[in-house]
Design a protein around this ligand. Sequence first.
Ligand code: ATP
Length: 393
Amino acid sequence: MIQETRRLADEYEISEILGRGGFSVVRKGISRKSSSSSDKTDVAIKTLKRPFAPSNPPPLPPHARRSDQNSFAAAAFQTRKQVSISNVLLTNEILVMRKIVENVSPHPNVIDLYDVYEDENGVHLVLELCSGGELFDRIVKQERYSEVGAAAVVRQIAQGLAALHRSNIVHRDLKPENCLFLDNTVDSPLKIMDFGLSSVEEFTDPVVGLFGSIDYVSPEALSQGQVTSKSDMWALGVILYILLSGYPPFIAQSNRQKQQMIMAGEFSFYEKTWKGISLSAKQLISSLLKVDPEKRPSAQELLDHPWVVGLSAREDQMDAEIVSRLQSFNARRKLRAAAIASVWTSSIFLRTKKLKSLLGSYDLKPDEIKNLSSHFKKICVKGDNATLSEFEE
Ligand code: ATP
């Protein structure tokens, strides 16, 4: 067995919790080593659940013995037929982050990974700290919000995606909550993060498709489970639609209906909401939301689009109603995320009844509750639940 000799706690002082995800908890870390205040000392430490019991590690393939940092990922990769869903996600994130470090970093719009530690508590990814908050949180707080501001957001996401796609990395779970501002300055870069569902050529598993949020999922992912870089462009189209209207392009009574609308590319620009938005922006959205992935622009092509460049984007303040709708959309989304995170992290909610009552208290539609319940039931059957409570505080 390969022993990790360095200890996370020796190198970083671990402080407050920054957020929680399905299989992780993210805390702030302060480097113990830096001497000058100008050093980049603050980091985000994402701790992922350890999939194998420390006393019973799986046999490591010879190529896994390259370094301490590689041991977990390689082992899980090698035995992926037996690993459970959380293992797949964890393995995936590490492999993708390694590829980002090798091929993309440093990039102003892609989160950087500084280091990886492994101990009895799990695998710790030491990441660039993003203290500027989530994309929509900042937008709804802005005093002035115009198409030019929205175009700046799209440009940054497109720059990040172009770099990832050049290295054959597909994000697969692009959504506003996976875009964080680096800091609180006005010109702060926007960073794409959370590569838990991403894919690299060497490692893809259809099971990860289970977890994408339906709102941003492309027609090809729904119909054939096929995901390419153009699927990220679809998600960007959905984000842009929400940025300019405050609501998603596909709204339906049930998830099944929503799926059908997505697969048919059935959306519209309601005159009342969209009358103040430039034709150029609407044309751009229509090109990104083409059902045929081939017809969507690539991230690189997007960077030359006149609206994205800022030439045809309107400078005047957006209608107050749009911002207020964006606010409610964001609040509702946050409640849903909180419900999901607490379900994942608490084993007492495994029984469907409890689960339903928890989700019900977050004012989700009956259809959404049913859908989430069945997802969680499937996952629990696979035996992932036993150690999820480890993350409970
Ligand atoms: P999910 O279940 O949504 O896929 P996850 O397990 O992959 O989540 P993340 O989304 O990566 O976890 O992180 C959970 C939360 O932690 C984020 O919503 C964010 O608030 C916070 N967070 C993650 N990474 C960072 C970072 N680098 N800097 C600051 N906060 C972060």
